[in-house]
Design a protein. Sequence first.
Length: 282
Amino acid sequence: MIDTSTHRLVASVKAGSNPYGIARTPDGHKLYITNSGASNVSVFDTRRGTITGSVKVGLYPHGVAVSPGGHHVYVADTGPDTGAGGSRSVSVIDTRTDKTTATWQVGPAPHALAAAPDGRTLYVTCADGLAVVDTGHGAVRHRLTGQARARGVAVHPDGRHVYVVDTGQDTLSVIDTRRHRVTARVRVGRTPWQVAVAPDGSRVYVTGANDDTVTVIDAANHRVVARVTVDHVPTGITATAHTVWVSANASSTVLAIDARTLKVVGRAPLGISSQPSGVVVA
């Protein structure tokens, strides 16, 4: 836990085995943390500052997202591989009971997911592309191929575009959600990992894990406006109105980037044994 005003580490809480992804409820009262080594999800109460329980999900969960209404948590059960022994599912958790209530088959090795602002659609990156899932029925309605090494995914606040990073091509794909078609591809940093959108929808931010950068893109014209150098192996990223927060896996740090100046204004060391993969503001 990092103080957002001082950019300093204030506390650490033990989650499960190999925690990977993290997501918050809209009210900020709960965090859901995927534990890839335990195949479960830890539930963290932000008001009490403690883990209150865990929820069993599929094998080796990675990505996690909360529905806009805050009633459901979606977990990508990534599995051990993309072949016959792998997973194809997303686990659905009810936030009122913190129990898994459904399992949806979406595609091989699902990794990251993001919900549309209206909550009716869930976008999931898989080993065979992007799955577009109807949350009312838990069924895949569309599948965009050609993105076999897709990782992070995010949705624009207006719901008209989805952004997907491809680690194989070092690109960000811009997808029209009405036509389910890629309308632009933007060259970003090497091995892009995660993507975040500014709350006002003006900019898109992409971490480049293998060149230690955050690429900043104008959402209106899909042009790169800056590349910010950060610490070693940036992976997780989230954006608030004033600050972009980045977790640097190999440097064991979380960085704060001023959203106006695009300068690094804070750096929180997490300890030599830490390898942060995700970051969220609650």
